[in-house]
Design a protein around this ligand. Structure first.
Ligand SMILES: Cc1cc2nc3c(=O)[nH]c(=O)nc-3n(C[C@H](O)[C@H](O)[C@H](O)COP(=O)(O)O)c2cc1C
Length: 80
C-alpha cells in the first residue's frame, strides 16, 4: 500500500495532506492537515469545528484531499 511504503521510505511528514473545502457557493480554500487515522469509515484528522474548514465542511461536505510525496514522485488524490 502506498501509504505504508511512504512511511517505510522515511518521507518527511507522509501523513501531511492538503484538505480542500468549498463554501456552498463554490469558493474553494485549502490547507494542510495531518492524517490521524484511516479505515473503512474514511480519512480522519483533528480540527476545530469552529474553524473555517469546519464550517465549510458543515455547509458543504464535499471535499478533496491530496497527499504529495515528492521524494517518491507520487501524489494521491482523494475526493468525496
Ligand atoms: C504541517 C502542518 C500541519 C497541520 N496540521 C493541522 C491539523 O492536523 N489540523 C488542523 O486543524 N490544522 C492543521 N494545520 C493548520 C492548518 O493548515 C490551518 O492553517 C488551520 O487549521 C486553519 O485552517 P482554516 O482556517 O482553513 O480552518 C497544520 C498546518 C501545518 C503547516
Amino acid at each position: 500500500m502506498w501509504f505504508e511504503e511512504a512511511n517505510k521510505e522515511g518521507l518527511p511528514e507522509p501523513n501531511a495532506m492538503t484538505l480542500a473545502t468549498a463554501t456552498i457557493d463554490g469558493q474553494p480554500s485549502a490547507r494542510i492537515v495531518l492524517l490521524k487515522e484511516m479505515d473503512e469509515r474514511g480519512f480522519m484528522f483533528a480540527t476545530n469545528y469552529e474553524s473555517r474548514k469546519g464550517e465549510e465542511i458543515e455547509e458543504n461536505p464535499t471535499v478533496a484531499l491530496l497527499f504529495f510525496w515528492g521524494e517518491a514522485e507520487r501524489q494521491v488524490r482523494i475526493e468525496g
